[in-house]
Design a protein around this ligand. Structure first.
Ligand code: SAH
Length: 397
């Protein structure tokens, strides 16, 4: 067994680890092994020298991300076991299908792999490290992925340039870990809808997999409606609205590149369909300038307005302003799908921001659905911070 470096906690700082919360904050540490380096695998001990967990060390507020509460080696077998469990779960809930080859395989702490995200797109895995330890482990992860999937996995793309800490003593170049440009099919299927995924240049891993179920719900609401998909990115909601029989779909995003990708995805599924149009524009400006009653279904899926606690107040104002603009303009009896993916904003805070916007608009608003992230973005009950996506479907009279 590997001799890992050791970290000892201050007295009484072991409580959260004993409750299986996977983070060790830097303030909880009483002593560190000499010559410890970022990305090292470390064993964490309580002040009384009881073993607590093994994980990745990094300089910062979260000093250790624990990957196992058992004393074990974090080798390729470990990753194979964790990835195997993650795959089994997705398979058991019927996400792995010929007509649905797009899903999240690993959602960090939710899959007991803090610091790691893996999304699957039609036989291609996009691996994203959010910690230096995961960066160091990328080869083991690539081998483990191939063992779990066998021949059905033909490419592994590593994309961590934008997610690893800036001052990391490493060079996380985005590149293929397995397979290459040859034989690449960039089209993946989500619920039998085609999406071209730009994992190299696109945001996150190239697609927002987390909105799958909410898009399906939107599809069911779309028939005969005029849909405004605000913050459309690659057009996820637009494509579902089109299949749902929308009368008209308008996709808006401030990024011209995103709008282009969304247009391509519409074309891929529906060819030249006159029901669809798009605009590269700022959401607030577009909502302000559009006439009343132009749309009877509005989707608001903005980027995270708050990325850290200090930004919460302003972010709540942002959500309020955005939702108010939609409530003021949506047609009578219309529907608003509204979301927040800011992890630091609670469900309750988001609801309050939306409710106060509703009150200011003077419209009568009913909650029809309360939405969340899907099962391939699981929340570890010992790590409630993993819950980030919240949404409401509202009817506005
Ligand atoms: N709904 C999308 C994901 C949205 S991600 C999906 O299902 O895939 C958020 C998007 O908001 C990004 O594409 C970003 O370019 C866009 N964006 C950010 N600020 C914006 C603004 N002020 N106005 C319009 N779009 C904006």
């Amino acid at each position: 067994m590997n001799q890992y470096k050791k970290i000892f906690l201050k007295p009484k700082k072991d409580e959260s680890l004993k409750r299986f919360h996977p983070w060790v904050f830097s303030g909880a540490i009483s002593s560190l092994a000499d010559n410890i380096e970022e990305g090292d695998v470390v064993e964490v001990y309580a002040h009384d020298k009881t073993f607590l967990g093994v994980g990745h060390y990094q300089i910062g507020t979260i000093a250790v991300r624990v990957l196992s509460f058992q004393q074990r080696e974090l080798d390729t077998n470990f990753y194979e076991e964790r990835l195997g469990d993650a795959y089994q779960m997705r398979n058991a809930i019927n996400l792995v299908r010929d007509d649905n080859n797009t899903y999240r395989l690993v959602h960090g702490e939710g899959d007991m792999l803090a610091g790691l995200i893996i999304d699957i797109y039609a036989g291609l895995a996009v691996v994203q490290a959010h910690s230096i330890g995961m960066h160091m482990s990328r080869q083991m992860i690539a081998i483990a992925l191939q063992r779990v999937y066998g021949e059905s996995l033909h490419h592994i793309y590593y994309k961590s340039e934008s997610t690893l800490p800036f001052k990391a003593p490493i060079d996380p170049q985005d590149s293929f870990l397995f397979g290459g440009e040859a034989g690449l099919d960039k089209i993946a299927l989500e619920n039998n809808l085609k999406f071209q995924i730009d994992w190299e240049k696109g945001q996150k891993t190239g697609f927002f997999v987390d909105q799958r179920e909410n898009r399906s719900l939107l599809e069911a609401y779309s028939h005969g409606r005029s849909v405004l998909n605000m913050f459309c990115y690659t057009g996820g909601f637009s494509v579902y609205a089109m299949r749902g029989g929308a009368k008209e779909v308008m996709g808006v995003d401030s990024s011209a590149k995103a709008v282009m990708l969304a247009d391509e995805n519409i074309k891929l599924n529906f060819g030249d369909d006159s029901r669809y149009s798009s605009s590269s524009d700022d959401a607030f400006k577009f909502l302000r300038d559009m006439p009343n009653d132009a749309y009877d279904l509005i989707v608001l899926d903005p980027p995270a307005f708050a990325k850290h606690r200090g930004a919460v107040r302003n972010a709540l104002q942002g959500y309020k302003k955005l939702n108010l603009a939609a409530f003021e303009k949506v047609a009578k009896g219309g529907i608003v799908f509204t979301f927040s993916c800011s992890q630091v904003i609670s469900r309750e805070q988001f609801r309050l921001a939306v409710f106060s916007a509703a009150a200011i608009s003077g419209r009568s608003v009913k909650i029809l659905h309360q939405l969340s992230q899907p099962a391939d973005h699981p929340v570890n009950i010992y790590h409630p911070e993993g819950e980030y996506l919240k949404g409401l479907v509202l009817q506005v009279s």
